[in-house]
Write a protein that binds this ligand. Sequence first.
Ligand SMILES: [Zn+2]
Length: 85
Amino acid sequence: MDKAAKYQCGPCGYIYDPEKGDLDSGIAPGTAFEDLPDDWCCPVCGVSKDMFEKVYSRTQLIAVSDNANVLKLRLRVRLIGTEKR
Ligand SMILES: [Zn+2]
């Protein structure tokens, strides 16, 4: 589980940052999104936790695109192999 993951509110765009917590709602800094109480809601627009989506950091996005490149490369190798036969 990614404890430092940020989550963004779908309707209003508010971002919950575990490093900062949500002091207005009594959430201490360092509280992971997963550890927020089920009745916690967006401090800006008031929607519930399930309206939030995980925000991927830059390094995570790079890791994901690296994986995609490796897959494309494998696919290309397979295609070239097929052509030769
Ligand atoms: Zn919101």
